[in-house]
Design a protein around this ligand. Structure first.
Ligand code: NAD
Ligand code: TYD
Length: 369
């Protein structure tokens, strides 16, 4: 039995990880620490918390004393660190929060873990797992080889620069103090519980509501898409069998230009309306409700400043070392994702009624989307 502290467990990937871990390790003790920023949502995990084996603590990872207290009080042996500011567009508009949470916050966790695990009450068996992104490696040309674990870091956005800083701190705490760490750099995720500011959930909801689909630039930027459940399986594999001190890239072998992703979303939503007459009544403003295609909503807008052209993961290390491979295929998992947003309208309506609408309007008005 393990005692886990999961930071950012009310966010998109953290919530999926909590749900996955509870399903695969029902006897483990789980403490979720999350500040519930705009991106955190207790509704994403509420049904799996019980206050006995699985606790929720609202708090900031920058509060090193709180983290230390939780590590000691719950006898934590494994810290899985998801908490972050995660959206590139927000990092362009306001980088400070990214440096604060991603760099200072990660350092605060490392300090607490060092004190709890390497201090007076030394815990020989412990693990600090840091969840990071492929964006730290920068942008590839169409012919460049995919990112490996030894590709030099070249972050381009305030988001990726802050994640790169956090990765370096994790490395330094392992190297200097002997903290037992692992680190994963993953490609773009999609799936249930993703905050609707990221490409896939934003566009699914816009298709349902008949709002414009703002395609940045020429829509030919390439991302390597991975279903979130596969990311969770990859992290689990690293926690169970990963070598201390190592980093692993996790990717889907699924490079797609944005326009292909968008066309698949459109096709999937159109097909859902065609096969279920009730959707037209629920979402009367969707072009699909009147027999037209959601493709009519595609709108090219001004490009994101410094927009990385291509990301691609070379996943051979995790495949060879840990036998990990994605289990989900893009079209099928995207259809599953669309079905999840259709079945969980109250989840995203609640978000829309908060600051989401205000932010989207401010951001996309500026882009003309
Ligand atoms: P998210 O924005 O959906 O969730 C982040 C969570 O962290 C939220 O619940 C938020 O409340 C919490 N949080 C933010 N600041 C905090 C603080 N100071 N203290 C405590 N909690 C705080 O992000 P996500 O998409 O789930 O990403 C999770 C992690 O995975 C991040 O570290 C991100 O860099 C990484 N990642 C994301 C992707 C992706 O495609 N989304 C891909 C690769 C890696
Ligand atoms: P995003 O989901 O923000 O992830 P990231 O920037 O971390 O890769 O964006 C994915 C891609 O989609 C990226 O190339 C930017 C593009 N994009 C749009 O074209 N329009 C949008 O409204 C958004 C949010 C993203």
């Amino acid at each position: 039995m393990a005692n886990l502290l999961v930071t950012g467990g009310a966010g998109f990937i953290g919530a999926n990880y909590v749900r996955h871990h509870v399903a695969t390790h029902p006897g483990d003790h789980l403490v979720v620490l999350d500040a519930l920023t705009y991106a955190g949502n207790l509704a994403s995990i509420q049904d799996v918390l019980d206050g006995k084996l699985r606790h929720f603590v609202r708090g900031d990872i920058c509060d090193s004393d709180l983290v230390h207290e939780l590590l000691v009080k719950h006898d934590i042996d494994t810290l899985v660190h998801f908490a972050a500011e995660s959206h590139v567009d927000r990092s362009i508009l306001g980088p400070d929060a990214f440096v604060e949470t991603n760099v200072v916050g990660t350092h605060s966790l490392l300090k607490a873990a060092r004190k709890a695990w390497l201090g007076e009450r030394r815990r020989a068996s412990h693990r600090f797992h840091h969840v990071s992104t492929d964006e730290v490696f920068g942008s590839l040309s169409p012919t460049d080889p995919a990112f490996t674990e030894t590709t030099p870091y070249a972050p381009n956005s305030p988001y990726s620069a802050s994640k790169a800083g956090s990765d370096m701190l994790v490395r330094a705490y392992q190297h200097t103090y002997g903290l037992t760490t692992t680190l994963t750099n993953c490609s773009n995720n999609y799936g249930p519980y993703q905050f609707p500011e990221k490409l896939i959930p934003l566009f699914v909801i816009r298709c349902l509501e008949g709002g414009p689909l703002p395609i940045y630039g020429d829509g030919m930027n390439v991302r390597d898409w991975l279903f979130v459940e596969d990311h969770c399986r990859g992290i689990e594999a690293v926690l169970e069998h990963g070598k201390p001190g190592e980093t692993y890239n996790i990717g889907g072998r699924c490079e797609l230009p944005n326009i292909a992703v968008i066309d698949t979303i459109v096709k999937t939503v159109d097909a859902a309306f065609a096969s279920d007459g009730r959707l037209g009544e629920r979402f009367p403003n969707s072009p699909a409700a009147r027999g037209a295609s959601c493709a009519d909503l595609k709108t090219h807008v001004t490009d994101r400043p410094g927009h990385d052209r291509r990301y691609a993961i070379d996943p051979r290390k995790i495949e060879a070392a840990l036998g990990f491979e994605p289990a989900f295929r893009f079209e099928q998992a995207l259809a599953q994702t669309v079905q999840w947003y259709l079945a969980n309208e109250p989840w995203w309506r609640a978000i829309q009624n908060n600051d989401y609408r205000q932010w989207v309007q401010a951001n996309y008005a500026a882009r003309g989307g």
